[in-house]
Design a protein around this ligand. Structure first.
Ligand SMILES: O=C(CO)[C@H](O)[C@H](O)COP(=O)(O)O
Length: 352
C-alpha cells in the first residue's frame, strides 16, 4: 500500500502508533484465503505477492496495518452474516471477508426497536469457523462496543448507521483504536470527516435493507462528482470547501490531487444482484458490501458466488452475464421503493 507522503491525519495518527503482537499470522490468513479463491478461479486484487511489503511490519495496530487491511479487500465482497452457517456460505462463495451482525438490515428495518452489536459469542464462533477476515458492526458513537470488539480481535469494525446510534452528534474517535474502522458516507464531506476521525475505509451508505441499489448509486456519484469539482477549484476555493466540510485543508488538497478518496472506498446498501455489484464497481467502487441482497434471497449460495464473480470481473460484461445467469430474478429479495419510506425510516441520514 502506498501511504500518502504527507497527510495531516496520518501525522496525527502516529501519536497512537504502538506495536504489540505480530501480524504475520494475520497476513498469512489473508494469503491462504486468496490462494483458495485463485484455485477456484476467482481473480482478486490481493495475495501473497503483495505480502513482502508487509511482512516486515512488526505490530498490529500500526497505521500501515490499519490502512493496509482494506487494500487487501479491494476487488472483493464483504458479506453480512448473522451466524456460522451463513459465514460458511460466504467463505465458500469466495467472499473477501464477512461482517457479523445480529440481524440483516432488512430484518432490522422490519422489526424496529434498538439494533445493537451482535452477540459476542456468535462473533467468536464465526471467527473460529472461517479463515477469511471477520468484521463486526458497532453503533455510531458507542466506544465500548468498539472496545469489546477490539478486545476479542475482530479484523475491522464498521461504525454503522444500520444500528441505532447512541450519539447523534459524535462518531467514535477512531485514532484511539488499533483495529481499523470503516464508516458510511453519502457525500464527500461525510467521507472526509470520517477519515479525519480515523476511518481507514469508507463505504457509500446507500439505503441498507431495501434491495434497491439506487441510493448507493446516488451516493457514489455524489462523492465522485464532488471530488471532480475539487480538482477544478483554486487553492482558495479548496480552503473554503475544507472549512465547510470541517476537515483539514491538506486532506482536501490530497483528495483533489489523487482524484479519489485517500482510503479504500466500497459501495454498500441495497446491492442485490451481480449486475448491481458490477454497476457499483463501474462507478468507481473498490469493492462491495452485501447483506440482505444475499441472505434474504431464495438462492443465497448461488447469489453469493455470482456476486463475487461479478465484482471481481465487473469490467467484462460477458462474465457478468454469466454471473447474472447463476441467479434467478424470481428468487431475488423483494425490494422496497425508497420513495415509500417515511423520512424517519431512512438509515442513511444517521451520523452526518
Ligand atoms: O452497513 C452495511 C455496510 O457495512 C451493510 O453491510 C450493508 O449496507 C448492507 O446493506 P444491504 O443489506 O442492503 O445489502
Amino acid at each position: 500500500m502506498v501511504l500518502p507522503p504527507y497527510h495531516p491525519v496520518v501525522e496525527r495518527a502516529r501519536l497512537y502508533e504502538v506495536g504489540f503482537e505480530t501480524i504475520v499470522d494475520f497476513f498469512y490468513r489473508l494469503a491462504e484465503a486468496a490462494d483458495k479463491l485463485r484455485e477456484e478461479g476467482f481473480w482478486l486484487n490481493y495475495g501473497p505477492e503483495r505480502l513482502p511489503d508487509y511482512i516486515e511490519v512488526p505490530a498490529r495496530g500500526t497505521l500501515r496495518v490499519k490502512y493496509g487491511f482494506p487494500v487487501y479487500q479491494k476487488g472483493g465482497v464483504c458479506m453480512d452474516v448473522t451466524n456460522t452457517e451463513q459465514a460458511g456460505i460466504a467463505e465458500e462463495a469466495g467472499a473477501a471477508s464477512v461482517m457479523v451482525l445480529d440481524k440483516l438490515p432488512y430484518d432490522i428495518r422490519r422489526q424496529g426497536g434498538v439494533a445493537r452489536m451482535a452477540d459476542v459469542r456468535v462473533i467468536q464462533q464465526v471467527m473460529d469457523t472461517v479463515t477469511i477476515p471477520v468484521m463486526a458492526k458497532v453503533r455510531i458513537g458507542h466506544y465500548y462496543e468498539a472496545a469489546v470488539l477490539e478486545s476479542i480481535g475482530v479484523d475491522m469494525i464498521d461504525e454503522s448507521e444500520v444500528l441505532t446510534p447512541v450519539d447523534e452528534k459524535h462518531h467514535i474517535n477512531k485514532w484511539l483504536f488499533k483495529v481499523p474502522f470503516v464508516n458510511g458516507a453519502r457525500n464527500l464531506g461525510e467521507a472526509l470527516r470520517r477519515i479525519t476521525e480515523g476511518a481507514a475505509m469508507i463505504r457509500t451508505k446507500g439505503e441498507a435493507g431495501t434491495g434497491n441499489v439506487a441510493e448507493a448509486v446516488r451516493h457514489m456519484k455524489i462523492i465522485v462528482g464532488e471530488i471532480m469539482k475539487l480538482r477544478s477549484m483554486t487553492p482558495e476555493e479548496r480552503l473554503r470547501a475544507a472549512r465547510e466540510y470541517g476537515v483539514p485543508h491538506q486532506l482536501v488538497d490530497l483528495t483533489a490531487r489523487l482524484g479519489r478518496l485517500p482510503v479504500v472506498n466500497f459501495a454498500a446498501g441495497g446491492i442485490a444482484t451481480p449486475a448491481d455489484a458490477a454497476l457499483m464497481m463501474w462507478l468507481g467502487a473498490d469493492g462491495v458490501f452485501v447483506g440482505s441482497g444475499i441472505f434474504k434471497s431464495k438462492d443465497p449460495r448461488e447469489r453469493a458466488e455470482a456476486i463475487v464473480l461479478a465484482t471481481s470481473m465487473w469490467h467484462d460484461p460477458e462474465t457478468v452475464a454469466e454471473a447474472q445467469a447463476m441467479i434467478s430474478e424470481q428468487k431475488s429479495m423483494m425490494g422496497i421503493d425508497i420513495r415509500r419510506l417515511k423520512p424517519e425510516e431512512l438509515l442513511q441520514v444517521r451520523g452526518e
